[in-house]
Each structure stands twice: as structure tokens, then as C-alpha cells.
Design a protein around this ligand. Structure first.
Ligand code: ATP
Ligand code: MG
Length: 602
């Protein structure tokens, strides 16, 4: 279970754990056969002539991660990022970060920035010689327009002015072939003139679309003359008001890939039916001399479905906008910013992506798989600390007498119980005195069967401190326990000769009253109590777990009070916690529960 942690994140997934998958096999086959060996690369995206003037492509393969900047990335995107950047890294290639910003209305710079942060944080890099900027699809609008005119001139596209309803009715369906539009037989010259009027703003939204002319009877509905350009009088966050027509995603995406000389265009299964159009379009544009051959090829894999999680951006936005969570980076959110704030590390998400693998059939991954990956990466790296989450005071009634009045005894424990070989663990320093905090559940006036912790007459060890013997407790008028009473057994301090002379059955965690520090601890649980909150059209808001956050005031040992924001710890016996990136500060410590020590669900 040892995980290398000092290696840079991008190379953290250990070689031995990389299992083959169908994508790796395809790439290895292509490299073997030299499928893409003849490609040239001019240093930037461009058409056939541009790349022909370039060098043989130094990147053996090119993949891309093409998010639409219309929301924050989530754990499903993390899988896609790890696949695309991971394959490029492993096979001497480059992975492009490309903003698929062809839809003018939904996109925003805030999302662009958050996506850049997320990819970098996950440990990946898109820069290559001569270029460190991400690409953006809107830079290709000029070429896309040219490609559309070329299709029109070659008789492969026409302007259709049927109403939306007519178009829908005439498309047919699974059992019924489509019906040709009356506009389908327009001449190229007529189409070109009309398309230019569309471009010049002469027509209102929805009055016409440009359609590819393929086959209205195709069994694949996507080939029944798909729309490739529509009119939208809308301002775009990069191109402003330069365009009032915008390419459809299915037209734009293959072109973006081809201009960037992508070799393996990897997407999720729902695009499988689009592949024939992807290939059709690129072949037409290669024939016409606009795009360089060989064309990129699309491959589909199963998207990540994770139990207890929703991953639709729309639904995540709803959780934020309706105040069900405290923002996109709420530690209960499956967004990358949320996972990060929860205490997830890049290594844990890379390990997760590796472990769930790449398949061609949809399935559900259990949430505990994700949690297991985090535990595994933190186990060897997270410093230990003692924390009392539900404190009650323990008074050592003979302390002053046997140790000296007011005496405080310094104690230490290693921060890492199993440090990497050849490395000495740092020590944690804390002190014990007459009063310490213990967990309420560690005392029972009348012990249940098998109870080994504090009850009158029983001895336990205060971890890293002394053996003590319980003598009873004090209560308030309501019978509520206010203090637990015990006596310290002298000469039993941990690590000193004779420490083991008194045998005990349990060691309990504690924090000194003299040096313990109050902290806010946010005990997170799953956001939903239904394993598939939005499956089958269910209302996912009905499945919210009402106990997904409990805030407690805990007492932490002094070493934890000096934690840097984002530092991860194992609170002994409680789980892994992270100092909150946003709210934690010296003097006002705030920790989030990242994951428990064991899988306590199911
Ligand atoms: P949503 O439907 O939530 O809006 P999306 O698929 O539209 O997500 P994009 O920004 O278009 O989001 O996605 C960028 C890339 O991430 C795409 O290549 C897409 O296939 C991939 N991706 C999105 N969701 C998942 C998922 N759950 N599992 C794996 N890959 C995903
Ligand atoms: Mg999308």
C-alpha cells in the first residue's frame, strides 16, 4: 500500500499500477503502424497549408480535454483529464486544453479561470514548445465559416428555411425515414448567397439554418442532414458581436480537433452516434484540401457515474443557486474545487482514475472507491494528531501530590508512525498536567459488556502519557457528567523505563487542558442519502442527506493549531482532516473531515 508521494504529481501514478485498456491498445497499435507518423505541426493550430509548412510533429500523439466553460469541473471531468493528459504523458504526446466556447450565451471567464486552476492542480500541463496558452474554439470561427462555404460550394450543405417544427417532423424517426426539405435542392450559388445573408445579420434568430447534405433516409438520425450553423444574435465573451451565426457543436468539434492535429479524440459514449458525422465532415474537408490528413479519430469511453453524487453541471448549479450547499467549493460538492477543499489530493484523484480504469460500458462506481484512494494517499503522508471531538474534562486527583503542584510534564509522539525508510519522523510536542480533555464516550459509569476504557476501577493509558486509574465522576444537578476523576500511576510515562510495568487493555486519546486549543471541526457526510440520487428522472433534491454537515467545537493538540491551510492530518482514531483552505487561520483553526479511517457506510 505504499504510494510514492514525493514525485511530481504528473508522474505520481506508479508505472506498475497502470493497467492496459482499450485506449492504450489503440494508441500502441497506431504508434506501431505509424498511423500518424506523417503528420506535420506548424507550432499552432491551423489548416492544411499551415501545417504543411511546419515540421514533422514532435508530439507522437495529440489528445485534448475540451470543456465548455459553463460551470465548474467535477469528478467526472477529473477522470477525463487524467485519461487525456495521462495518455499524452505516457506516449510521448501532448494534450491540449481547449475551451469549447462555441456557444455564445452560457460561457464566462470565471469558469475559464477555474478550469485552468483545476487542470494545473491535478498536476497536468498543456504547454508545448512555443505555446503555453490554452486553445479556444472561438479562435477557429473564421476557419469554420470558410469550411461551411466550402461545403456549400461542393454541394455538401444547404440553407434550410423550414420552421423548427417542420424540420423536426421531416426528420422522421427510428422507424421512419426523413423527408427532404423543399430547400434541399437549392443551387450552391443560391445557398452561398443566403448563407452570407445569414452571416450579415439579414435574418432573425431561427429563420434559417445551414445543414449538411447527407442522407435523409440514413438509419443514423445524426446523418439526416444535421444542422451545422444557426443564427444567434448574441454577444460572445471573446468575439463580441463579430458573429451572429454560430457553428453547432457537432460541426465545430471535429474541426477543432483537426485544426489542432489531434490524433485520438476521446469522448464519452453518448457521442458514439455522432462519430459517422465526425468522419464524414473531416473527409469532405480533407478532400477539399482545407484540412490536413490523416484525420483525427474519435473514441468513446464510459462516463463516470459515482454513487451518492450528481455530476450534471446543471444540477450542481441548482445546489449552489438554491443554497443547498455553500458554493461551488463546498466540501460536499463533487466539483474539483469542492473535493480539494474537502482534503482530496491530486494524487488521490489520479489514483482513482487509474483504479476505475477505462471501459466501453456504463457502470456505477461506488463512492467508497474514491474515499479509499484518498485514505491510501494520506496514510503514509498525513501527520498524526490527537483531537477530542466531544470533550469532557478528566481530573487527575493525585497529580499535585505525586507530580508536584501545577506540574506540567512534556510528552512527545511521532508525527508519522510509519515514516518512509531512512526518514526520521518529526516529533509532536504536548504536555500533560492535572487536567486533560477526553472523549465523553471514553467514560462509562456502568461499563457495557467488553468495554475497556474508563470506568471506576479500570486502568487505561493516556496515549503518549501515563497510565491512569478511574475513580468515578462528578455530575451536575441534572445528572449530567461534568468531570471524570482518576489517579495517575507514577513512573508509567510512555517511552520511559518501566512504562509497561502496569498492563492496560486500552489507550485513549486526549488533549491537555493546559495546551489544547479550541477548533471548529466540520464533520461532513455524504450530500445525498440515496445511492443514485438522480437516476431514472428522480428529483435529486428529495435525496439530500439532512445530516451532511455537523459542526463541533473540538480541542486539538498544539501541533495542529499551527497547521497551514490545506494541510492534511490524521486525527487519531477519528479520520483524516484538512485545515480548511478558506476559513482556517492561526488563532482560529477550522478543520474539515475528509474521510473516516474505515469505510463506515453500507
Ligand atoms: P455536463 O453534462 O455536466 O455539463 P459536459 O459533458 O457537458 O458535462 P464538458 O465541459 O462538455 O461537460 O466536458 C468536457 C469533457 O469532460 C468532455 O470530453 C466530456 O466527455 C468529459 N466528461 C464530462 N462529464 C464526464 C463524466 N461524468 N465522466 C467522464 N468524462 C466526463
Ligand atoms: Mg458538454
Amino acid at each position: 500500500m505504499s504510494t510514492p508521494t514525493s514525485a511530481p504529481a504528473a508522474t505520481a501514478a506508479p508505472e506498475a499500477s497502470k493497467t492496459s485498456n482499450f485506449l492504450r491498445q489503440i494508441i500502441e497499435h497506431d504508434l506501431d503502424k505509424g498511423t500518424y507518423a506523417s503528420r506535420r505541426w506548424a507550432g499552432s493550430p491551423g489548416d492544411a497549408a499551415h501545417h504543411a509548412a511546419g515540421e514533422p510533429d514532435p508530439a507522437k500523439i495529440r489528445t485534448r480535454f475540451p470543456p465548455e466553460p459553463n460551470g465548474y469541473l467535477h469528478v467526472g471531468h477529473a477522470k477525463s483529464i487524467c485519461i487525456n493528459f495521462g495518455l499524452a504523458r505516457d506516449y510521448g504526446g501532448v494534450c491540449h486544453l481547449r475551451f469549447d466556447d462555441t456557444n455564445p450565451e452560457k460561457e464566462d471567464q470565471e469558469y475559464v479561470n477555474s478550469i485552468i486552476d483545476a487542470v494545473r492542480w491535478l498536476g497536468f500541463d498543456w504547454s508545448q514548445p512555443g505555446n503555453s496558452q490554452p486553445y479556444q474554439a472561438s479562435d477557429y470561427f473564421g476557419f469554420m465559416y470558410r469550411a461551411a462555404e466550402a461545403l456549400i460550394e461542393a454541394g455538401h450543405a444547404y440553407v434550410d428555411e423550414q420552421t423548427a417544427e417542420e424540420m423536426r417532423a421531416n426528420r422522421g424517426d427510428f422507424g421512419k425515414p426523413g423527408v427532404d426539405s423543399p430547400y434541399r435542392s437549392r443551387s450552391p450559388a443560391e445557398n452561398l448567397a443566403r448563407f452570407r445573408q445569414m452571416r450579415d445579420g439579414a435574418l432573425p434568430d431561427g429563420a434559417a439554418v445551414l445543414r449538411a447534405k447527407i442522407d435523409m433516409a440514413s438509419p443514423n438520425i445524426n446523418l439526416r442532414d444535421p444542422a451545422i450553423y444557426r443564427i444567434k444574435h448574441a454577444e460572445h465573451h471573446h468575439t463580441g458581436n463579430q458573429w451572429c451565426i454560430y457553428p453547432m457543436y457537432t460541426f465545430a468539434h471535429p474541426i477543432e480537433d483537426a485544426l489542432e492535429q489531434i490524433t485520438h479524440s476521446i469522448c464519452t459514449l453518448e457521442f458514439e452516434d455522432q462519430r459517422p458525422f465526425y468522419d464524414w465532415l473531416l473527409q469532405r474537408l480533407i478532400e477539399g484540401g482545407l484540412l490536413a490528413a490523416p484525420a483525427p479519430h474519435q473514441y468513446e469511453f464510459a462516463r463516470l457515474n459515482l454513487t451518492y453524487v450528481v455530476t450534471s453541471k446543471r444540477k450542481l448549479a441548482q445546489l449552489v443557486n438554491e443554497g443547498k450547499v455553500n458554493g461551488w467549493d463546498d466540501p460536499r460538492m463533487p466539483t474539483i474545487v469542492g473535493l480539494r477543499r474537502r482534503g482530496y489530493t491530486p494524487e488521490s484523484l489520479q489514483l482513482f482514475a487509474e483504479r476505475i480504469g477505462v471501459t466501453k460500458s456504463d457502470s456505477w462506481i461506488d463512492y467508497s472507491t474514491l474515499e479509499g484512494c484518498l485514505r491510501e494517499t494520506l496514510e503514509t503522508t498525513a501527520h498524526r494528531g490527537m483531537v477530542v471531538l466531544n470533550p469532557v474534562k478528566l481530573v487527575l486527583t493525585n497529580w499535585d501530590e505525586v507530580m508536584g503542584a501545577g506540574h506540567l510534564e512534556p510528552c512527545t509522539l511521532p508525527a508519522l508512525p510509519h515514516p518512509p525508510e531512512g526518514v526520521a519522523s518529526p516529533l509532536r510536542h504536548f504536555q500533560i498536567g492535572k487536567e486533560v480533555w477526553i472523549e465523553r464516550e471514553d467514560f462509562a459509569e456502568v461499563p457495557p459488556k467488553g468495554y475497556k476504557r474508563l470506568f471506576p476501577g479500570n486502568k487505561v493509558r493516556l496515549k503518549g502519557g501515563y497510565v491512569i486509574e478511574c475513580t468515578g465522576c462528578t455530575k451536575d444537578a441534572n445528572g449530567h457528567i461534568t468531570e471524570v476523576l482518576a489517579t495517575v500511576v507514577p513512573d508509567t510515562k510512555s517511552g520511559t523505563p518501566g512504562a509497561d510495568s502496569v498492563k492496560v487493555k486500552a489507550a485513549i486519546t486526549w488533549v491537555g487542558v493546559s495546551d489544547g486549543v479550541q477548533a471548529e471541526v466540520r464533520m461532513y457526510d455524504r450530500l445525498f442519502s440515496d445511492a443514485q440520487p438522480d437516476a431514472g428522472g428522480k428529483d435529486f433534491l428529495q435525496a439530500l442527506n439532512p445530516n451532511s454537515l455537523k459542526v463541533v467545537t473540538a480541542i486539538i493538540e498544539p501541533s495542529l493549531a499551527h497547521a497551514q491551510p490545506d494541510a492534511k492530518f490524521q486525527f487519531e482514531r477519528h479520520g483524516y482532516f484538512v485545515a480548511d483552505r478558506v476559513d482556517h487561520a492561526l488563532g482560529k483553526p477550522v478543520f474539515n473531515l475528509a474521510v473516516g479511517l474505515k469505510d463506515s457506510w453500507g
